[in-house]
Design a protein. Structure first.
Length: 88
């Protein structure tokens, strides 16, 4: 059985930290505000919150990948860039 893992694409992330506010159980902020994945393994109880954080990322920098195939992102519904950016 595969498990979901969090991944941050640093080339996309702007470090405003929306995801850290939505998923404080798994994400911290570094001294510049960029998210630090405290534990990349997403427990079952936090899968929904992790998917919500991925959807809310306005720059699509936060992803869920399956541990069995790290190159393949977990499919989540696309976010609304305008709405997400306004909230970011
Ligand atoms: S929400 Fe996305 S762009 Fe914003 S800090 Fe998190 S990963 Fe970076």
């Amino acid at each position: 059985m595969s498990t979901d893992r969090l991944h941050v694409d640093w080339t996309r992330c702007d470090g405003r930290g929306l995801c850290t506010e939505l998923l404080p159980e798994l994400l911290d902020r570094d001294e510049w505000g960029y998210p630090v994945v405290r534990d990349p393994h997403v427990p079952r109880a936090l899968r929904r919150d992790a998917r919500d954080a991925v959807r809310a990322c306005p720059l699509r920098a936060l992803r869920l990948v399956t541990a069995s195939d790290p190159s393949q992102p977990v499919r989540v519904a696309p976010h609304s860039p305008a709405g997400s950016r306004a909230a970011h």
